[in-house]
Design a protein around this ligand. Sequence first.
Ligand code: ZN
Length: 149
Amino acid sequence: MQIVSCRECGAPVNADAATCAECGALQPGRAAIEAAGYVWESRGRWMGLPLVHVAFGHDETGRARTACGIIAIGQRAVGGVAIGILAGGFVSLGVVSMGVFSLGVVSLGALVALGVNTIGAVSIGVVAVGYKVGGVATFGWKVLFSAMK
Ligand SMILES: [Zn+2]
């Protein structure tokens, strides 16, 4: 274990520490974090947002990038149509997905949720919770279809 000073605040930290206990800087023992990943955005914009924003990896501060656009694609995606590991949008596709219309392994939909574990007004999944539900294990007011009776 080698003690060095934090790049951001100068507090003593382990050289290989993940975060600084004082200021929360990521990888504080390293002089600089190289940005990694891939970013692309369309020239076209609407209401201040790029029409398409693709963002993977992390920036030079070590923070994970978030794609934010009318169509957003990335490990974290926020937008009108969001596609990502974590996705939030009007239409949302992700491992963990939240939206008005949502599709994901864990899927929360204000109107419609589709996926494995789903919560929504209309919810269809292996485990489905909602007002109108369908799936294997369903918990809802109106059961559209269910494997368990
Ligand atoms: Zn610090």
